[in-house]
Design a protein around this ligand. Structure first.
Ligand SMILES: CC(C)(COP(=O)(O)OP(=O)(O)OC[C@H]1O[C@@H](n2cnc3c(N)ncnc32)[C@H](O)[C@@H]1OP(=O)(O)O)[C@@H](O)C(=O)NCCC(=O)NCCS
Length: 167
């Protein structure tokens, strides 16, 4: 594990997008793929900032689209590092939608992504700075990121076992 410890605030970012015609489907709603792209970019910025290096997307947890986002609305993506492990980090992205006319803000999605810090010439995973959660919210996210990692590792080892049994 890395000896370097950083705060969540040091790498937190907020990215703002305006939904334009080219971002929408035939109903005038934001394309799911476009939102996934923005989430990936926001998470990549935070992950790279946290480790001051190149970080690649290793996995994206289940993502659900709970409400339609419309043409002309503002999409605000808030990304933070929830927890760092050995060479990987969990990045959380909170997506909020703002109606410009009414000013109403809705929480539309939350996404959790795993990024791995890689050495730029070899692409080998390298250790990441640890995270020191400060606020109660940061501590809750840190705890829950640990539980989600356990679940991911369990699911992955379950899949591996199934593959071995099939062979
Ligand atoms: C991500 C990648 C670097 C991992 O390399 P690897 O050789 O599997 O490395 P390791 O097995 O040593 O795992 C390294 C870390 O990645 C994590 N990891 C690997 N695969 C993962 C997955 N599917 N889900 C979550 N975490 C994963 C491991 O848990 C480990 O974390 P830890 O060091 O914090 O414990 C490699 O799979 C890769 O380059 N993938 C392609 C990435 C890419 O192109 N992304 C899209 C563009 S950015």
């Amino acid at each position: 594990m890395s000896e370097v410890i950083k705060s969540v605030k040091e790498s937190q970012i907020e990215m703002i997008e305006l939904v334009l015609p080219n971002d929408t489907n035939m109903l005038g709603n934001l394309l799911g793929g476009r939102l996934m792209h923005w989430i990936d970019i926001a998470a990549a910025l935070t992950a790279s900032r946290h480790c001051n290096n190149i970080a690649v997307t290793a996995a994206v947890d289940n993502l659900t689209f709970n409400c339609a986002i419309h043409l002309g609305e503002i999409v605000r993506l808030k990304a933070s590092v929830n927890r760092a492990f050995r060479t990987s980090m969990e990045i959380g992205v909170r997506v909020e939608v703002e109606d410009i006319i009414s000013g109403d803000v809705t929480h539309s999605n939350s996404a959790y992504l795993t990024f791995v810090n890689v050495e730029k010439d070899t692409f080998h995973p390298v250790s990441v700075p640890q995270v020191k959660p400060a606020s109660a919210e940061e501590k809750r996210r840190w705890e829950q990121a640990g539980q989600r990692r356990e679940q991911r590792l369990n699911e992955e080892s379950g899949l591996m076992q199934k593959k071995v049994l099939k062979q």
